[in-house]
Design a protein around this ligand. Structure first.
Ligand code: ZN
Ligand code: ZN
Length: 357
């Protein structure tokens, strides 16, 4: 793709504007859209220009796909599993319920099929490999997280019983424009229930938009997926902020956290909206997460750091803080792991019972 095309694409992701609407009393609701909870630097046209003309785009590298077992995943009703498809897409299976996060199975993270960031690592599972999906968590409307071709395919492959798509406010219209009628949208701190799961929409520090005129007009978010006390945090895209301590204050320790570790350089441009691996570790600690998995790397080239740097820096950072370095790692594309559903809360309850004996 030419530099001009890439530049136009990036401007669509970063230029400010928006439709006019009445102001809301909620702090993060502002005229025409939404804003973050805490101090952050928004970048303007001159910053985008500077980045694009100074940048050195890294080379893609080959990441081998792990072997997995689609037949097992399709029939699995008992084993709790997580499979990393790539970027921010995970298949999570708990008690026979199948969940996807930010599903992206196509070639580009772009508004057009002929240009924009191209996938250099193929999805670790294909759409055909997937079991019937019960629900889908969407963090925000950037092209690398909301791929309308993918969500339409997910909707169409289950005509009798389509997956429910959970999004932040104002994103539902993007689904309805595609004829997808099973989307629901939520504000930060709102909750809902589905098939024995509690879902909580939570704040993260990012932005939204898919064109030159819609920046921050839809809400970005993270999600907590909870079942029987087992809590999974899905961070979507985020910079570092006090939001994570707020989330911990409200929900307590996480059993599993899916945290972005890539798309962070150059820091002068990316820091407010994308954490680096060291900040991702701070999120893992803020959430007191028993286990965390790094995502948002190794799939599309969006920023300037070497594509294989995030897991190296993550491992180094975890080794520096102590003995539990295995509690925050990355997975191979396509890798499936069995989850241990013994929750922190359950462990505490057991300890209390033991003490009272
Ligand atoms: Zn984003
Ligand atoms: Zn992203």
């Amino acid at each position: 793709m030419t530099k001009t095309l890439l530049f136009s694409f990036t401007m669509a992701m970063t230029t400010s504007c928006g439709a006019q609407e009445p102001a809301s009393p909620k702090k993060h609701h502002i005229e025409g859209g939404f804003t973050n909870n805490y101090y952050h630097l928004d970048k303007g046209f001159s910053d985008v220009t500077k980045w694009w003309w100074e940048r050195t785009t890294p080379e893609p590298k080959f990441f081998p796909l792990a072997k997995n077992d689609p037949a097992f995943l399709k029939s699995n009703k008992t084993e709790p599993t997580i499979t990393w498809v790539g970027h921010s897409t995970f298949l999570i299976q708990i008690d026979g319920i199948n969940i996807l996060t930010d599903p992206h199975f196509t070639e580009r993270a772009s508004p057009v099929s002929f240009a924009g960031p191209k996938r250099y690592t193929q999805p670790g599972l294909s759409l055909d490999d997937l079991p019937q999906i019960d629900f889908v968590i969407i963090s925000h409307d950037h092209y690398d997280h909301l791929d309308l071709t993918t969500v339409k395919a997910l909707f169409d492959r289950q005509p009798e019983n389509p997956p429910v798509f959970f999004t932040g406010l104002k994103v539902k219209a993007r689904f309805e424009a595609e004829g997808i009628t099973s989307a629901q949208e939520y504000d930060w701190w709102e909750s809902t229930e589905i098939k024995g799961f509690n879902l909580h929409c939570v704040p993260v520090q990012h932005f939204s938009g898919r064109s030159l005129t819609d920046r921050n007009s839809t809400l970005w978010c993270g999600w907590i997926i909870e079942r029987n006390g087992y809590q999974i945090f899905f961070g979507g895209d985020t910079g570092y902020s006090k939001d994570f301590k707020d989330i911990h204050d409200k929900f307590g320790d996480m059993d599993l956290s899916l945290i972005p570790v890539g798309a962070y350089d150059p820091r002068w441009f990316m820091a407010s909206h994308h954490v680096n691996p060291e900040e991702a570790i701070q999120i893992h600690r803020d959430l007191n997460s028993k286990l965390s998995i790094g995502m948002h790397w190794g799939t599309f080239i969006l920023t300037d750091e070497p594509v294989d740097e995030p897991p190296v820096r993550l491992a180094k950072g975890m080794q520096a803080i102590g003995p539990d370095s295995a509690s925050f790692t990355v997975m191979q594309h396509g890798e499936t792991r069995i989850l241990n559903l013994n929750t922190s809360k359950k462990t505490e309850e057991v300890a209390e019972i033991e003490e009272s004996k």
